[in-house]
Design a binder for this molecule. Structure first.
Ligand SMILES: N[C@@H](CCC(=O)N[C@@H](CS)C(=O)NCC(=O)O)C(=O)O
Length: 315
């Protein structure tokens, strides 16, 4: 039974960012619980935990709530060290690679996928994404751009092929960095997975010129991991309500902008879906921000955000 120590992932099956975390959980062979959340608003059993952050996935361990996959991966790596994903050579580089996989490559994937299947998406999904991003989710425009975007997508896949070929010819291993799979591989896996889920023929066509990548992708898919325990959103809130956040000394030492512990602050993603989450600052360092907040349904929560990709301000 899921409890205050369990890793709980609030997610949905087709979510590529969720797959990134699921792959890391499989590679670490960790047990976990899953809460299936809607892919569009409203998300009534998620908001009490995050305080307004609506994106997918969200990770919970007891009363600690983790928003954004980068902070989830960092936390999993800290708490469950063996087997490590931040292997020698992956440190720092993994985050740099994620800047590309989650940025440019992901945007190209979205254009290719919705250019191909956008017209089959329900109107509620299109309306939600338009509202979330503040600009039209223009399926017609994506359809028109699809051929150019396909070229760009494959070109980015070939960077993986180049890296694998380089490792092979130098005799330094057949993963992206060295002889074992790690965090860089986790980040790079997401976009091919997203494309395979939606337009498998296109991925197959790209693999024709990228045999090393095809083999690398297949090897990553071999991690079996553990099947999650399915729990409800209300169960997850109950678990948070009966847990306490992990004790951490409040600190903003070295902060560039003079935030102090206890400051009333607000934080939001800086790209789109700018939903502000308010709370009392506990920790602000170069990697993350932790804010304490209370909810009617969960007394005392610590919500974690990465620093990169987020805006922090006094509330
Ligand atoms: N920077 C975020 C991005 C997450 C993201 O954009 N996820 C998509 C789904 S895979 C999303 O939130 N879509 C809107 C939604 O699910 O409400 C992260 O790394 O977790």
């Amino acid at each position: 039974m899921a409890n205050a120590q369990s890793i709980i992932l609030h997610q949905f099956d087709r979510s590529p960012y969720s797959e990134k975390i699921r792959l890391a959980l499989r590679m670490k062979n960790l047990g976990w619980a899953s809460v299936e959340i809607p892919s569009i608003m409203p998300k009534p059993d998620l908001m009490p935990l995050t305080g307004g952050y609506r994106r997918t996935p969200v990770m919970q361990i007891g009363a600690d709530i983790f928003c954004d996959t980068s902070i989830m991966l960092s936390e999993l790596e800290k708490r469950f060290q063996i087997p490590a994903l931040n292997l020698p050579g992956h440190e720092g580089l993994a985050q740099m690679v994620a800047g590309w996989t989650d940025g440019k490559w992901f945007q190209t994937s979205v254009a290719v996928i919705f250019g191909a299947i956008g017209e089959h998406m329900p109107q509620e999904f299109i309306d939600d994404r338009t509202k979330m991003s503040g600009r039209a989710f223009d399926v017609e425009a994506m359809k028109a751009a699809a051929p150019f975007m396909q070229d760009q997508w494959r070109s980015q896949l070939m960077w993986i092929e180049d890296r694998l070929a380089g490792g092979r010819s130098a005799g330094t291993g057949d993963w992206l960095v060295g002889t074992k799979p790690g965090m860089v591989d986790v980040h790079a896996f997401m976009n091919p997975w997203f494309v395979e889920k939606n337009i498998p023929d296109f991925l197959e066509a790209c693999f024709e010129n990228a045999p090393l990548t095809q083999d690398w992708y297949r090897r990553l898919k071999e991690f079996k991991g553990q099947a999650p325990e399915e729990i409800s959103g209300t169960d997850a809130i109950e678990i948070a309500n009966h847990a306490a956040p992990r004790l951490k000394p409040a600190s903003t030492a070295g902060d560039l902008r003079d935030f102090q512990p206890g400051d009333r602050v607000a934080i939001a993603p800086d790209d789109y879906a700018k939903d502000w989450v308010e709370g009392d600052l506990v920790i602000a360092n170069s990697e993350r921000v932790i804010i304490a907040r209370q909810d009617e349904r969960a007394d005392n929560l610590h919500v974690h955000f990465p620093r990169v990709g987020y805006i922090l301000r006094q509330a």
